[in-house]
Design a protein around this ligand. Structure first.
Ligand SMILES: [Fe+2]
Ligand SMILES: [Fe+2]
Length: 274
């Protein structure tokens, strides 16, 4: 890490780091450097322009399998709970890369500085979330990499690599919003098992994910306004273009509303409607 690095160079460095621990530590250090540079009187850091890899570097383990090849385990068993946390750790690591990728990939689109602040903060959150999940897995006698994980998580990023509104619609406003729908059920599973460390970690994740969805909605509406597009029509159009399959109810209407996603954005794309 050097003083003169641009934000985009730092993003590419995170994306090019394979090991989960090293990736998230670097991510947190770069986030702290950017946020410090944004304080009044600090030396500003340039956003710059970068050339992010099409796929981020990933560790040799976990082995990546197609979703249908990943063995299913009962969530009521200890092995099932480990598998669930392992899957969340994998999602968090992917999310670290997704947030740095949006910074590096779309450097050519002029955006207000607040756009970078938001995604840097989100990347910092995801890095902590990954580390929290790793600590829980360690506490349960496992570790990230011990089980296979889903391949294909990067597909949404690849499909939307040339379309910033499309990226915002699919990643924070569909995929991360889905996290708001399913996390309360997961917390219940760990609460029933008296797994207090996992409950606390998942509650932190749940509370902080609302902001990531809200950042998505904020900047999606910003771009629609700048391009004079109707946000709801644009959202429907982009999700149908880039997201494969219908959205799955039940939806967490309350948290989605808190994050700035109204029901008429997602309900028309739901399973029941198709
Ligand atoms: Fe997260
Ligand atoms: Fe997130």
């Amino acid at each position: 890490m050097s003083e003169g690095q641009t934000l985009t160079q730092r993003a590419v460095e995170v994306l090019s780091t394979a090991d989960g621990r090293a990736k998230t530590e670097l991510s947190r250090a770069h986030a702290a450097a950017w946020l410090a540079s944004r304080k009044p009187g600090a030396t500003p850091m340039a956003v710059g322009r970068g050339d992010p890899p099409l796929h981020p570097a990933r560790p040799a383990r976990p082995k990546l399998l197609l979703p249908r090849e990943v063995p299913r385990r009962r969530p009521g068993s200890p092995a099932g709970r480990i598998a669930l946390l392992h899957a969340v750790a994998h999602i968090e690591l992917n999310a670290v890369d997704l947030h740095w990728d949006i910074i590096a990939r779309f450097g050519h689109v002029p955006m207000p500085m607040g756009f970078y602040d938001d995604w840097v903060r989100a990347a910092d959150d995801e890095s902590r979330h990954f580390q929290l999940m790793c600590a829980c897995l360690d506490g349960m006698g496992s570790h990230y990499g011990a089980l296979p994980a889903h391949a294909g998580m990067w597909r949404a990023a690849e499909d939307t690599r040339n379309d910033l509104p499309g990226r915002l619609a699919v990643v924070p406003m569909v995929l991360e919003a889905r996290g708001l729908d399913v996390t309360p059920g997961m917390i219940e599973i760990f609460r029933k098992a008296d797994a207090t460390e996992a409950v606390a970690a998942l509650e932190t994740i749940y509370a902080e994910e609302v902001a990531h969805v809200a950042y998505g909605s904020k900047w999606f509406h910003f771009l629609c306004g700048r391009e004079n597009r109707d946000p709801k029509d644009a959202f429907h159009d982009l999700v149908q273009r880039y997201f494969h399959g219908a959205l799955k109810p039940p939806f967490n209407d309350e948290k989605r509303a808190e994050a700035g996603i109204p029901p008429d954005f997602y309900w028309p794309l739901a399973d029941a409607h198709q």
